[in-house]
Design a protein around this ligand. Structure first.
Ligand SMILES: [Zn+2]
Length: 493
């Protein structure tokens, strides 16, 4: 009797097991195909930037040159060394003199030209390899990426192994913020123990610096600073709103970012000159931190407000397509609808930008050291090109051309010990140099479209630099960029 009842039940179970197995198999195949698809998309995107590969570029084999008849702007002193020779040997500046006798080296006659250190952008967001070519094309020979993801570790490895032609590349880890959720673009820390673990893990994995973000609470921030000091990791701070502004004047924090944060926090969103005095005095008392103004990214809000077609502009064709479709569009729409509701916003933003210039002027009087940072790579702030705008704003704020150029050369290189080997034209420094037709100390616009860029001694002429721009224009790597972003969300959270 028992058997009669048992047999059909077993059959049903066996049958349903078969169905489950089939479904699982189907899911496994689907996931497999999906992963292969993703791998191909990412691989193809990398292949498409093979024009940056050292082994594919004929002239990249040579990193020794003799530059003759050149006017040097060395940037370790306010002077021009007229009609000199510079010997670059194996990617380093080997000798600077009136006359250098050397055999078997390619000579570059730079008569009437000016040689300056390559520019350094200390606040960028990199999304793909095409951007590296855009930075080089604009004379930027080193970048500090301030939103680290796994893709940046791979990129850094390829650059440091000399596989691709690129600006020298430094990156923070993911942005560290506090327990409160403020979007998926940062890492939420819930307690001091976790904070310390993250600092240790980022160091181990190869991130260069720690980036702190605006929601960090004091107890967690203290833990980050404590561990960063022990682990010898420099901190770059987007000021946290949860601690007093002056909290950031800490020897482990090597640079403080964004002028608008001064208004949003210590000035409590008011353009208050009297309160500003207090803030400036606090800066004066502290000798630790360098300041990265990022005036361009804020001013670009104004640019979005006055140009309804900015998303279709030629400049935006150089933006990463994912950023363009998501971030640039969202930012534009946000400000466009704000303007429709209340048109006075245009003037408000412009007035605040002008106040930023005033802040820079006051900080400058106080003796604060500036480092040039654009925040390129998000919104409508274009990689590479925007550095010239940023420098022009420092000039407008009241810095001399020499002081402006310092922000993107010697000052930047002094921020972190791992960047000390660049930023000036001196014997022993890495040969990251730009050659321009007009004296940038007379007019900063002379830095645009350098005729030649040397990166680790390798010579890139204007034709090559223009081709980097062409390759990056209207690139089609939306899915690959999205995959890399998703990878970050999965791995870093
Ligand atoms: Zn940023």
């Amino acid at each position: 009797m028992v058997n009669i009842n048992y047999t059909p039940t077993l059959a049903i179970i066996e049958n349903s097991m078969k169905i489950v197995k089939r479904v699982l198999k189907f899911i496994a195949i689907f996931i497999g195909i999906f992963l292969i698809f993703i791998a191909i998309v990412v691989f193809v995107d990398k292949q498409n930037t093979n024009y940056l590969k050292v082994k594919n570029i004929k002239f990249a084999n040579n990193n020794s040159f003799l530059i003759t008849n050149v006017n040097i702007i060395p940037m370790n002193q306010d002077t021009i060394l007229v009609d000199k020779m510079v010997y670059i040997k194996d990617g380093l500046i080997n000798n600077i003199a009136d006359n250098i006798k050397i055999k078997d080296v390619e000579i570059i006659n730079a008569k009437n030209k000016y040689l300056t250190p390559g520019l350094i952008d200390m606040h960028v967001h990199i999304w793909d390899r095409y951007e590296l070519g855009l930075y080089l094309s604009n004379g930027v020979t080193a970048v500090r990426n301030l939103w680290g993801m796994p893709m940046h570790l791979r990129l850094k490895e390829d650059i440091n192994n000399d596989e691709i032609i690129s600006p020298m590349f430094f990156t923070t880890g993911p942005k560290l913020t506090g327990p409160e959720f403020i979007g998926d673009d940062n890492l939420q820390l819930v307690n001091p123990t976790e904070a310390k673990e993250k600092v240790i893990s980022y160091k181990k994995r190869g991130y260069d610096f720690i980036k702190t973000y605006y929601g960090l609470t004091e107890d967690i921030f203290d833990a980050v600073i404590e561990q960063a000091t022990i682990s010898d990791m420099d901190i770059v701070a987007h000021p946290s709103q949860k601690v007093p502004y002056s909290y950031h004047f800490n020897p482990q924090i090597k640079s403080i970012e964004h002028t608008e944060e001064i208004i949003q926090q210590p000035l409590n969103y008011k353009l208050d000159s009297l309160k500003l005095k207090e803030v400036i005095n606090n800066f004066a008392k502290s000798k630790h931190s360098y300041f990265s103004p990022t005036l361009t990214v804020y001013n670009n809000i104004y640019q979005m407000l006055i140009d309804d077609n900015i998303l279709e502009s030629e400049q935006l064709q150089f933006m990463n397509p994912l950023i363009k479709r998501v971030d640039s569009k969202a930012q534009f729409e946000r400000w466009y609808t704000t303007k429709l509701r209340d048109s006075s916003i245009v003037k408000v933003i412009k007035t605040q930008h002008d106040f930023h210039l005033k802040i820079i002027d006051k900080l400058h009087e106080t003796g604060v050291t500036f480092i040039c940072g654009t925040d390129a790579g998000i919104g409508v702030t274009i990689p590479g090109f925007s550095i010239h705008q940023e420098l022009a704003f420092y000039k407008e704020a009241g810095l001399s051309n020499y002081e402006v150029l310092k922000t993107a050369t010697i000052n930047a290189s002094k921020t972190h010990s791992i960047m000390n080997n660049m930023g000036t034209i001196e014997v022993g420094k890495v040969a990251n140099l730009i050659l321009v037709d007009n004296n940038p100390l007379s007019n900063l616009s002379g830095l645009q479209n350098p005729s030649t860029v040397f990166i680790k001694g390798r010579k890139l002429n204007r034709k090559t630099l223009d081709s980097f721009e062409k390759q990056a224009k209207n690139r089609n790597n939306l899915i690959a960029s999205a995959v890399r972003y998703l990878e970050n969300l999965i791995i870093e959270k």
